[in-house]
Design a protein around this ligand. Structure first.
Ligand code: ATP
Length: 464
């Protein structure tokens, strides 16, 4: 089946197929399943944890390891309530909610309903009806997306706290600490990965939109006259990050926001969008936040948050460029982009053509049979690879074909098979997930060969 980027739908795979694979192979499970599930919350299983960790590690690598102008932060999920007053979230972090007054009583986001009508060529300004039952809809009501709870044993006025709806504010309120201790001056960035919470009106599409999710955000503080240059640079850097990790270029685009879409804090924003089975949707936003947040926190806290430039003797509030990505949404895009079902010698195989650096398991170590010293030798190779820091899986159960198919489904790029000849020639068969090529290599060369393959650039063999 061909992908059809021009029609605006990814027809290679459905969301249902991804959900089924994720459950079948233990990537992601519906949460609280034994109690009937809690809508739109998910738990990550073994391979899901490994995949999402790899996504986050690649993000840290690009932010911290490969550059020296960004430092890390891990701020608290619960912050002083004034943070959200200053940031504008208490007053303005709302979505327009409409409710069906007809049979089904379902709640909808008014803006999403209008966007859908526009995408289908209709008049987005016209009267709305319930998409489920055709009933009349209520007037829109602004609904704040922050989860509220209480600090201390008694729920009373004055002790409300909020679960953070973004990690960014934790960065702004630590700007002064970082300036003092990290010995950085603009342009420099502060990066953070962590959970955020939004009481979304219409969560859904698996892990695309949930109420609890992980964000990967970086605030890059720059002198005001460098803001345009850095805005453009960060859009490019972040787009290339997805491409380097194997996302196909026909399935990725940068979409600048129209004036009516901009958030209260941003003068310009571009979304990096991926062609999901639900159509083009945001993977990440790159925003020019100006000096909005530092100005607000300076005013509300009374603390000076200016940077003093010793060379020019100038004091100023830096401007901020923010690339804000979702770890779960990125993991979903990598799953969708890599999924393929193909026929090989009359048999169907499902394969995740994940970039090797993202693949949960790098090498499957397989004894051809459970006899003649094969398991022992395979375990030895497995240990050597693990000692070299390579994630492996030793698997001796079932026919070799079945074991390969299981590994293909979780995206393991390489298989090492110990067979009858290994005893005599001290060599093993190395199988490649994508080309299915099998080569014979000496046991001693295995760790070096895998490390070299992991370090090589990789491109998806899928079209696009
Ligand atoms: P959307 O328009 O999809 O609601 P947003 O523009 O509100 O997203 P941002 O506030 O820019 O999102 O958050 C940055 C990133 O965090 C998003 O690009 C997305 O990857 C991720 N993200 C935001 N909300 C959710 C959610 N409810 N579930 C999963 N990921 C999310």
């Amino acid at each position: 089946m061909a992908a059809e980027p021009t029609t605006g739908i990814n027809t290679e795979v459905t969301m249902e197929e991804i959900v089924a694979l994720a459950k079948r192979r233990g990537f992601v499970f519906p949460s609280s399943e034994i109690y009937g599930g809690l809508g739109s919350t998910y738990d990550y299983g073994h391979y899901g944890v490994l995949l999402k960790n790899n996504v986050k590690n690649e993000w840290w690598r690009s932010m911290l390891t490969e550059r020296d102008d960004i430092v890390a932060l891990d701020s608290a999920i619960m912050q002083h309530p004034k943070v959200w007053e200053a940031s504008g979230h208490l007053a303005g972090f709302t979505d327009p909610l409409v409710q069906c007054l007809g049979k089904c009583k379902k709640r909808w986001r008014e803006d999403h309903l209008r966007e859908k009508i526009e995408a289908e060529g209709g008049d987005p300004g016209g009267e709305l009806r319930c998409p489920e039952c055709g009933g009349e809809l209520s007037e829109p009501r602004n609904f704040n997306l922050m989860f509220e709870t209480h600090m201390g044993p008694v729920a009373e006025e004055g002790n409300s706290v909020y679960l953070r709806p973004e990690t960014a504010q934790g960065i702004f309120i630590n700007f002064k600490n970082v300036l003092n201790f990290a010995r950085k001056s603009p342009p420099f960035g502060i990066a953070q990965i962590g959970k955020s919470f939004r009481n979304e009106i219409t969560p859904g599409n698996f892990i695309f939109r949930t109420r609890e999710f992980e964000q990967m955000e970086m605030e890059f503080f720059v002198p005001p006259d460098e803001v345009d240059e850095w805005y453009r640079k960060w859009i490019e850097i972040r787009r290339d990050w997805y491409l380097d990790l194997g996302i196909r270029s026909d399935f990725l685009m940068v979409r600048p926001h129209g004036a009516d879409e901009l958030s209260h804090y941003s003068s310009e924003t571009s979304d990096i969008e991926y062609l999901f089975p639900i159509g083009w949707s945001e993977l990440e936003g790159v925003a020019n936040r100006g000096n909005f947040d530092l100005t607000q926190h300076q005013e509300h806290s009374g603390e000076k948050l200016e940077f003093f430039d010793q060379q020019s003797g100038e004091r100023y509030l830096p401007h901020v460029i923010e690339p804000a990505a979702g770890a779960d949404r990125a993991a979903l895009a990598f799953l969708v982009d890599s999924y393929e079902v193909e026929e090989i010698e009359g048999r169907e195989r499902t394969v995740l053509r994940l970039h090797p650096r993202l693949a949960p398991v790098k090498v499957a170590v397989l004894p051809l049979f459970n006899k003649e010293g094969m398991p022992e030798k395979a375990k030895e190779i497995n240990q050597t690879l693990r000692a070299a820091g390579i994630q492996t899986e030793y698997d001796s159960g079932g026919s070799i074909g079945k074991r390969y198919r299981r590994q293909d489904e979780i995206g393991t790029p390489w298989g090492i098979t110990v067979d009858f000849d290994t005893k005599d020639d001290d060599s093993v068969t190395l199988r490649d997930r994508d080309s299915l090529e099998q080569v014979r290599i000496p046991v001693a060369d295995v760790p070096g060969e895998i490390a070299a393959r992991l370090a090589s650039p990789w491109r998806s063999p899928k079209p696009g």
